[in-house]
Design a protein around this ligand. Structure first.
Ligand SMILES: NC(=O)C1=CN([C@@H]2O[C@H](COP(=O)(O)OP(=O)(O)OC[C@H]3O[C@@H](n4cnc5c(N)ncnc54)[C@H](OP(=O)(O)O)[C@@H]3O)[C@@H](O)[C@H]2O)[C@@H](O)CC1
Ligand SMILES: Nc1ncnc2c1ncn2[C@@H]1O[C@H](COP(=O)(O)OP(=O)(O)O)[C@@H](O)[C@H]1O
Ligand SMILES: [K+]
Length: 506
C-alpha cells in the first residue's frame, strides 16, 4: 500500500486527469461511492445521518456519499457549511445531482447546530487534504461541537483540520471514530501528533492506476501480503549454511541479557548459524538461555569488551553490534573496527549508535550495506535535533540521514519507518504498547539480522523483521498476554505463532 503527501496526491490526480483521461467528476463519484459502501457497513438503517459538507472536493465527496445513502433508503441530510457561491466545479455538479435525486441540502445558520446535535451519525466531509493554516469559522466552532457530541463520527479522507503531511504539531481538528481514507494514506496517519484523530481507519480505492502511485511516491506501508511474498523460504534440501551465518557482538557486565535476546531472536526467526561474541562472564551467564548458538569469548577490562583485534569478521553473512555493549572508549574502538573492516552488511543498535555519532565519516566510507536501528532518542542524537523536532517530521529526518550517510535507517516507534539509502520508505503497521519495554529493541535486532543474513533485499528484510516483531506482540496480547505483562522474551517465543499464522493463512 502506498503512502502519499498532499502534493503527491494532487499530482496523481492531475496525471490521472490530464494524461490518462480519468476526469475529476468520475474520481469523485468513485470516492463517494466507495466511502458510502464502507459507511453502510458501520451504521444502521434507522440512524439519523448528517453529512457536513465543505466547499472543496472533500465536500463534493460528501454529496456523492449522501446521494448513495439516500438511494439505499438511509435517513440522510446534508448540512452545507459554506455559502452556495463557494460550492463550485465538480462539487457543485455532484450537489446538483444529489438534489435532483431528491436530496436535501440545509444551508448553514445558527439553528443548524440542532441538526448536528440530533444526528446519530456525523459524516465529516468539511475539509480534506486542501487544509491551509488554522481552521476558520464556522468550521472551528463546528469541530468543537462535533467533538463534544456523542454521535458516531466518520471522517472522509482525513478528519477535518488534521494536516495531511508531517510538520504540524498544533491544530484544531475533528476527532473521528472512523476515517475512510481516499486512494492512499497520508503521512499524518502515522505520526504521533496526528494519528489518534483518525480513530479506526481504512483505505478505499478510487480507481487511480497503480503505475501512477509507483511513479509519484516512494513511500509505502508493508503488509502481510508483502511478508508472505518475500519471506525467505526453507527448501527440502536446505542445510544450515543456506540460511546464513551471523555474528552478534554485544553485552557488558550490566547488560548481559541484551546479547542473549538478540541471539535467541535471530535463531528463532530462521537464522542458520549464530555466533554470540562477548566477555567470558557474559557468555557464561547467557549461554544456557540459547544452547543452539555458538559463542566467542573476547577479552574485557572491567566488564567491557576491549580488544577488537581478537574478532574475526570474515565468513559471516551479516553482523550486528551494539546491544548492551557499553559506552566506553574501548567499546567505541570495537564499533569503529567493525564499521571499517566488515565486508558484509552490518546492523548497529543500542550503544553502537551512541558511538556512531563520532564515527559518521567511517560509516560514509563503507562499501557494504550498513543498517542503523535507532529509537527516536538515538535518532535525534545522531541528527543533533530534539526528539520533539524529530517526531514532527520523522519521514523527512530519516530520509535525510539515510541518503546523506548511505545507510538503511530503521526509525523505531509505533509506526517504525524503514528508509533505504535511496530514500525509499516503508512503514510497519504491526506492534502495540506492550513493546514499550526494555529489551524489545534487542529482539528486533536479532530478527533483523536473521532476515538480512538470508540475502534478501535489505529493504524487504528489514520491513519483514519489523512486521514479524510487531505481529508477535500483537498475537501475544490477543491470546495469552496483556500489553502490561508482555516481556521481550515472550516476543521471541511468539515468533512461533507468527510463522504458523503466516503459513496457515495461505
Ligand atoms: N485523487 C484524490 O485524492 C481525490 C480526492 N478527493 C477529495 O478531494 C479532497 C481535496 O479536495 P480540495 O483540494 O478541493 O480540498 P479540500 O480538502 O476540500 O479543502 C479545500 C476547502 O477547504 C477550505 N479550507 C482550507 N483550509 C481551511 C481552513 N483553515 N479553514 C477553513 N476552511 C479551509 C477551502 O476554503 P478556501 O480557503 O478555498 O476558501 C476549500 O473550500 C480530498 O481530501 C478528497 O476528499 C475526491 O473528490 C476525488 C479524488
Ligand atoms: N507503542 C508501541 N507500539 C508499537 N511498537 C512499539 C511501541 N513502543 C515500542 N515499540 C517497539 O519496541 C521496540 C523498542 O525498541 P528500543 O526502544 O530500542 O528498546 P530497547 O532498547 O529497550 O530494547 C521498537 O521496535 C519499537 O518499534
Ligand atoms: K474531512
Amino acid at each position: 500500500m502506498f503512502i502519499v503527501t498532499a502534493k503527491e496526491m494532487y499530482d496523481m490526480d492531475r496525471l490521472a486527469m490530464q494524461e490518462i483521461g480519468l476526469d475529476g467528476k468520475l474520481l469523485m463519484e468513485n470516492a463517494g461511492r466507495a466511502v458510502a459502501w464502507k459507511v453502510m457497513r458501520k451504521i444502521s438503517q434507522t440512524d439519523k445521518i448528517c453529512v457536513l459538507a465543505g466547499a472543496g472536493n472533500n465536500g463534493g465527496d460528501g454529496f456523492v456519499i449522501a446521494r448513495t445513502l439516500l438511494d439505499h433508503n438511509y435517513h440522510v441530510e446534508v448540512l452545507q457549511v459554506v455559502p452556495n457561491d463557494k460550492v463550485t466545479g465538480d462539487a457543485y455538479d455532484h450537489k446538483r445531482i444529489y438534489e435532483k435525486c431528491g436530496g436535501q441540502v440545509v444551508p448553514y445558520e445558527t439553528g443548524s447546530i440542532q441538526m448536528v446535535k440530533e444526528a446519530d451519525v456525523l459524516i465529516d466531509a468539511m475539509i480534506g487534504i486542501g487544509i491551509k493554516g488554522e481552521v476558520r469559522e464556522p468550521f472551528a466552532s463546528l469541530i468543537s461541537l462535533i467533538n463534544a457530541e456523542q454521535s458516531y463520527v466518520i471522517s472522509v479522507d482525513i478528519p477535518s483540520g488534521v494536516p495531511a503531511d508531517e510538520g504540524g504539531e498544533s491544530f484544531h481538528a475533528v476527532q473521528a471514530d472512523y476515517t475512510i481514507i481516499i486512494g492512499a494514506p497520508k503521512q499524518s496517519v502515522f505520526l504521533p501528533y496526528t494519528a489518534s484523530y483518525y480513530g479506526e481507519w481504512e483505505v478505499v480505492s478510487i480507481g487511480l492506476p497503480t503505475f501512477i502511485f509507483k511513479r509519484l511516491t516512494s513511500k509505502g506501508m508493508w503488509q502481510l501480503e508483502d511478508v508472505k511474498k518475500t519471506l525467505p523460504k526453507r527448501q527440502l534440501f536446505d542445510h544450515k549454511g543456506n540460511h546464513g551465518r551471523g555474528l552478534i557482538i554485544g553485552g557488558c557486565k550490566e547488560m548481559p541479557g541484551a546479547l542473549s535476546m538478540s541471539v535467541q531472536a535471530a535463531l528463532k526467526s530462521g537464522a542458520g548459524l549464530i555466533m554470540g561474541a562477548s566477555s567470558l562472564p557474559v557468555i557464561q551467564m547467557i549461554a544456557g538461555n540459547c544452547v543452539e548458538a555458538t559463542y566467542s569469548a573476547l577479552s574485557a577490562t572491567d566488564g567491557y569488551l576491549d580488544n577488537h583485534s581478537e574478532i574475526n569478521l570474515d565468513s559471516y553473512d551479516a553482523i550486528a553490534i551494539g546491544m548492551g555493549l557499553g559506552r566506553k572508549e574501548c567499546t567505541k574502538d570495537l564499533v569503529k573496527y567493525v564499521i571499517e573492516k566488515a565486508t558484509c552488511p552490518i546492523i548497529i543498535d543500542g550503544d553502537g549508535l551512541y558511538h556512531l555519532s563520532q564515527l559518521l565519516p567511517q560509516i560514509n566510507e563503507r562499501t557494504h550495506p550498513s543498517v542503523i536501528t535507532p529509537h527516536p532518542g538515538e535518532m535525534a542524537m545522531l541528527l543533533g535535533v530534539s526528539v520533539r523536532e524529530l517526531l514532527k517530521q520523522p519521514f523527512q529526518y530519516a530520509k535525510e540521514f539515510a541518503t546523506a550517510y548511505r545507510v538503511y535507517v530503521v526509525l523505531k516507534g509505533r509506526y517504525t519507518i524503514v528508509t533505504s539509502p535511496e530514500g525509499v520508505q516503508m512503514v510497519n503497521p504491526t506492534g502495540n504498547p506492550g513493546l514499550a519495554k526494555g529489551g524489545s529493541g534487542d529482539v528486533l535486532t536479532g530478527i533483523a539480522l536473521a532476515m538480512v543474513m538470508q540475502k534478501q533485499s535489505l529493504l524487504q528484510a528489514l520491513s519483514n523483521a519489523c512486521y514479524i516483531h510487531g505481529m508477535s506482540a500483537d498475537l501475544l496480547v490477543q491470546h495469552q498476554h496483556s500489553e502490561h505483562d508482555l516481556l521481550a522474551t515472550d516476543v521471541i517465543n511468539g515468533i512461533t505463532d507468527v510463522y504458523r499464522t503466516i503459513s496457515s493463512s495461505g
